[in-house]
Ligand binder design. Structure first.
Ligand SMILES: [Zn+2]
Length: 459
């Protein structure tokens, strides 16, 4: 047998087209031989096919055969020898199609890819070379290692992964093999990618590559050829502050800061428009690619379920009595007096248990009131939050003209009003959906002004 060059050339194309043509031709003639001559109500002798239209009874006047039943006279005529010949032609045509593959990669090239991805052993993973290497004896005295004869199932396994990694398989075929392999590893394609449960309709959705539980052979994911591969990023040790400019929780315990390193935005389509009672269904439009070793293997669409909401409604709004009490306790707003400065602080950051008990994000607007008069306002925004050096968060605060003096004159009558700010939290969530919870406090409460005398403020 002649051998072909390493790169597919004109000969491959000729083999493919001629082979396909022969297979299709064979298929047509096999069909004609088996189904082309139906009875269609005609009375014919089932042995010699003599037309018995005018013949009474079941005996053929031509060959003398007596049919057992009337129904046998209207049978389809099947030309088995012809069908066999054309089936053989089909086999030859298929042989033509796979000849280049067999020539380059051995006799296992005969096996159709669909059969391989379903039946080849998938447990050993995509590094086909490791399967090969494991079968070689160590090199000795500079003499090349000798490959031992691979078992058949090993050859098929290597060939299955070779085709997937070389891009010779269709997306659904690659997906079938990768799914089987990931399942054997306790993972799945869906588990490689994290998507937010709730998202804003009409905006590209943020996705994240999930490293935990993912076999190390999977080195990244991508959506479409234009998107960079999201590879694993080193997980920063605890206590390392997030990079500047990254969104942060307004209040509450500090969360892992590496979300943005792993995430990217992909286009979505709206499957079903939302109504007031039921959210729109979003689906990721771009096709998923899995990076295995250095190869990017397309595996088709990702089956992710994302609920789409209008702007301002992405986060679930929580406003029940129990939550309000928790938030009131956790925010604990008070006025801090340091020298001549008066500023408002909130939060008990050290009391992480309080925040854990409320499964929500809290953004807040504050107003100080005295007998219906507005003394000052503040609203916490991410920029103003510093890392947890203090137990409290200093609220950016604006006194109205004479507001501070009025508060100091009769502090027992002054009150601080706190209102949940779900819109502000939604903006943060859209930047950091994997670290923030998709629910925001939407309640309101009022407390008397209390003072906190802190030790001297650190300059
Ligand atoms: Zn007959």
């Amino acid at each position: 047998m002649w051998t072909m060059t390493g790169t597919p050339g004109i000969l491959d194309t000729i083999c493919l087209y001629v082979g396909c043509g022969i297979v299709i031709l064979g298929l047509i003639f096999v069909w004609r031989a088996l189904f082309g001559d139906r009875g269609k109500g005609r009375r014919r002798c089932p042995r010699c096919w003599y037309d018995m239209a005018g013949v009474p009874g079941l005996r053929c006047p031509e060959c003398g055969r007596e049919a057992a039943r009337e129904a046998h006279l209207t049978r389809t005529r099947r030309r088995w020898p012809g069908a066999m010949v054309w089936a053989l032609v089909m086999v030859l045509g298929y042989g033509g199609i796979v000849t280049p593959r067999v020539s380059r990669h051995g006799i296992e090239g005969v096996v159709p890819t669909t059969a391989l991805v379903w039946w080849a052993r998938a447990s050993d993973g995509p590094d086909a070379r490791s399967v090969l290497d494991g079968t070689k004896t160590p090199s000795w005295n500079g003499i090349a290692p000798v490959a031992r004869a691979l078992l058949w199932r090993e050859r098929l396994q290597v060939e299955a992964w070779r085709r997937v990694l070389a891009g010779e398989a269709w997306a659904w075929q690659s997906r079938a093999l990768i799914e089987r392999w990931l399942k054997a590893k306790g993972s799945s394609i869906e588990r490689l990618v994290e998507v937010p449960r709730r998202w804003r309709t009409g905006e590209a959705v943020m996705v994240r590559f999930v490293q935990r539980g993912t076999p190390p052979e999977v080195t990244g994911i991508a959506f479409g050829p234009s998107m960079p591969v999201l590879g694993p990023s080193p997980i920063p040790p605890p206590g390392v502050p997030p990079p500047p400019g990254s969104p942060r929780p307004l209040v509450g315990p500090t969360r892992s800061p590496n979300a943005r390193d792993l995430s990217a935005r992909v286009e979505v389509v709206t499957l079903r428009p939302g109504t007031a009672s039921s959210p729109a269904q979003l689906k990721i439009r771009d096709a998923l690619e899995i990076e295995l070793g250095g190869a990017r293997v397309p595996v088709g669409k990702l089956g992710a379920s994302i609920d789409g909401y209008e702007r301002g409604a992405v986060l679930e709004r929580v406003n029940d009595r129990a939550t309000n009490e928790i938030v009131c306790e956790a925010l604990n707003p008070r006025v801090v007096v340091v020298g001549s400065e008066r500023f408002v602080v909130v939060s008990r950051r050290s009391e992480a248990k309080i925040w854990e008990s409320a499964d929500i994000e809290v953004g807040v607007k504050l107003r100080m009131m005295l007998d219906g008069r507005l003394l000052g306002t503040g609203s916490a925004a991410t920029d103003h939050i510093t890392a947890g050096i203090h137990d409290y968060i200093e609220v950016p605060w604006t006194w109205e003209a004479g507001g501070m003096e009025a508060m100091l004159a009769s502090p027992e009558k002054a009150k601080i009003e706190l209102t949940g700010d779900p819109e502000a939290m939604e903006e943060q969530y859209m930047n950091d959906p994997f670290e923030l919870r998709p629910a925001a406090w939407a309640g309101k409460f009022q407390v008397r002004v209390r003072f906190n005398s802190l030790r001297a403020r650190q300059p």
